[in-house]
Design a protein around this ligand. Structure first.
Ligand code: SF4
Length: 391
């Protein structure tokens, strides 16, 4: 059988820190070649502007759709998730191999004369009888590969245009993210990493895996459950028990035991502070008769929060927050105001996270049932609305 097809394979998007890699396998139809002027234009591709490249791309697509096509090609995209799973070299090979398979649906494999591939990976494609020829550099051969490259590149650029609408902050039109210093400078924390970043790449991996320290004030075991389950994935947590508002001592001990139980289940280290009831009574003096969620409760949040912030500062823990926000019986806005002030005073980051969100309170009830964790039925102090010994 006459060997007549020369195939060129190239990729786009191999080196950046984000988005997929796109590969194209392409050949001309030797029995119906495009006209010479068009071929010369492509061969002069080193001088092509982006506009001209777009024109050629569209022309190549058009020529491939004719009844007797002048161009055959296959394109394949391997996304950043597979790149992270198998590494970029293998992902690049997979993109090239799948683009080749697409092309082989259109031409007879027995009629392939040669296959040229850009770069020196020396992949072996089982679908081919013999190994491709690998070429590097701008020589005559690479100019042929450039024809495949045009399709891969413009295809990739079109994807970037879409991504730039979804991720305007990445400035993709101007930055191709080839791992320059400005890109690592941009990735200051996890919030900057997007769904198209290649998470297995070292600078990004480092950011993802870096866990900031968090001192989490815990008001009771049940309220710590779901926040710990979720936050321990993101933070290096130390729990802090400081709740001398709880009365009487027997109740305090029960709640402390529940707290220890939860920390043990979630494998979180904790610090217990002393049961200095005097500090609580001093804090709420003159306002103890105010209703729940009012002045006495503000004072009660305040002194416990201050102790937490001070300890975080002493231990050089950069973030602090409290589980108090999970309870529907607490005034979250007042808690946030107190913590914001402390955050400014101690120069710490306060995580103003509302733990009530996403049904965490209801999930914490299930967690306690499942793990047999004691749940209290009044807020804590002797002035609580439902304090059992009030009568
Ligand atoms: S009711 Fe609860 S929040 Fe208010 S002062 Fe008593 S223990 Fe503290």
């Amino acid at each position: 059988m006459l060997k007549k097809y020369k195939i060129w394979i190239d990729e786009a998007g191999r080196w950046p820190w984000l988005w997929p890699v796109v590969a194209c396998s392409m050949t001309f139809n030797p029995d119906n070649l495009p006209d010479k002027i068009f071929l010369d234009t492509i061969n002069d591709s080193k001088k092509l502007t982006e506009k001209k490249r777009d024109e050629i791309f569209h022309k190549l697509i058009e020529l491939s759709t004719w009844v007797n096509p002048q161009v055959f090609f296959g394109v394949w995209v391997v996304d950043n998730f597979l790149i992270d799973e198998i590494n970029i070299k293998k992902a690049n090979k997979e993109a090239m191999r799948r683009s080749l398979l697409e092309l082989l649906r259109k031409i007879n494999k027995e009629e392939i004369w040669s296959v040229l591939v850009d770069w020196n990976d020396n992949y072996i494609f089982e679908e081919l009888e013999k190994k491709p020829i690998y070429v590097i550099g701008w020589d005559a051969k690479i100019l042929e590969i450039w024809r495949a490259s045009i399709i891969a590149k413009v295809f990739r650029d079109n994807l970037i245009n879409t991504y730039s609408l979804i991720y305007p902050d990445l400035n993709l039109k101007n930055h191709k993210w080839y791992g320059k210093k400005k890109h690592s400078d941009y990735l200051v924390d996890k919030t900057k990493v997007t769904g198209i970043h290649r998470l297995s790449y070292k600078p990004i991996k480092k950011i993802i895996e870096k866990k900031e320290k968090l001192l989490l004030h815990v008001c009771c075991g049940p309220d710590a459950t779901i926040p710990l389950v979720d936050f321990k994935q993101k933070y290096d947590i130390t729990c802090f028990w400081y709740d001398p508002n709880i009365h009487p001592k027997e109740e305090y001990d029960k709640r402390l035991e529940a707290f220890r139980q939860v920390c043990e289940i979630e494998n979180i280290p904790f610090i217990e502070w002393e049961y200095d009831t005097k500090t609580f009574f001093d804090a709420v003096k003159w306002v103890e008769k105010t209703p729940e969620k009012w002045e006495k409760c503000n004072k009660c949040y305040d002194f416990r929060m201050e102790k937490t912030a001070k300890l975080a500062k002493d231990l050089e823990i950069e973030n602090f927050t409290t589980t108090l926000t999970i309870s529907p019986h607490k005034d979250i806005n007042k808690i946030f105001i107190i913590w914001q002030n402390l955050s400014n005073k101690y120069k710490l980051k306060f995580l103003d996270f509302d733990f009530k969100k996403n049904n965490w309170f209801l999930r914490s009830i299930d967690y306690c049932k499942l793990n047999n964790i004691y749940r209290q039925n009044y807020c804590g102090c002797v002035y609580s609305d439902n304090y059992p010994l009030k009568k």
